[in-house]
Design a protein around this ligand. Structure first.
Ligand code: PEP
Length: 253
């Protein structure tokens, strides 16, 4: 059975003061999860500040992207090796905001996932279609192309990571994919993984896109939804704790 995961992506939000208050609130409301792994992707500059308090709660930390190269003349970039050295255990790759704003191609995303593994980080590979693709009936094709680029490069090594299905039209918009729509794409993703290798059936597939305390339980009840990648709501400790509780209490069997 795939590992269940609830992950928070702070994007370019937060400060040292917010982080301190956040961990205080998390510590007060924390009930050690039995079913799911909790991950937090703060901005890289807040990583070292997070290490001790995250470790005390059993929360694993990650960065929001890594560069394919291990070092070199890449001003402003972050190598996977540096993230691992600073205490990260995971990294996002291919978040739609980076695909759109930084021109990350499917091959570039695959190269980042390989770099993550090279450095001992687990990659959470983000895939998802934009609204125009969905309206044109191309959602599955787009997701398949994104996944196949990663599978061709990584094969069974992807067992070390996870997939996040994030329909771009649902990110930060308040418009969540219905549990049925999300489940349908998760089942397609599971089929693609299983066709590549039976071992890949164990890769967790989490859903991302306006997940909130009030819609999490319905999403988590779906067979192929193994957790969530939470953006906006993960900045609010009470909301994030409620989403973790939804996975603990209502996740698929
Ligand atoms: C995300 O950034 O990965 C995300 C899913 O954001 P939100 O939950 O705010 O839609």
């Amino acid at each position: 059975m795939p590992q269940r995961i609830v992950a928070g992506n702070w994007k370019m939000n937060g400060s040292r003061a917010l982080l301190a208050a956040y961990f205080t609130a998390m510590e007060q409301g924390w009930a050690a999860p039995r079913r799911c792994e909790v991950l937090l992707f703060p901005p890289a500059l807040l990583l070292s500040e997070s290490i001790e308090r995250a470790a005390a709660l059993g929360i694993r930390l990650g960065v929001q992207t890594v560069h394919p190269e291990a070092s070199g003349a890449y001003t402003g970039e972050l190598a996977a090796e540096m993230a691992a050295d600073a205490g990260a255990q995971w990294t996002l790759v291919g978040h739609s905001e980076r695909r759109a704003a930084c021109g990350e191609s499917n091959d570039g995303v695959a190269a980042r996932a390989v770099a993550a593994l090279r450095a001992g980080l687990k990659p959470m590979v983000c895939v998802g279609e934009v609204l125009a693709d969905r309206r044109a009936g191309r959602a599955e094709d787009v997701v398949r192309e994104q996944l196949e680029a990663v599978l061709t490069t990584m094969g069974e090594d992807l067992c070390a990571g996870a997939i996040a299905y994030e329909p771009v039209w649902a990110i930060g918009t308040g418009e969540t994919a219905s549990p049925e729509v999300a489940q349908a794409m998760h089942a397609v993703i599971r089929d693609i993984l299983g066709a590549a290798s039976k071992r890949l059936l164990e890769v967790p597939i989490v859903y991302g896109g306006s997940v909130k305390p009030d819609n999490a339980a319905a999403l988590f009840a779906e067979t192929d939804i193994d957790g969530a990648l939470v953006g906006g709501a993960s900045l609010d400790a009470a909301a994030f704790l409620a989403i973790i509780a939804a996975m603990e209490n209502h996740g698929n069997p």
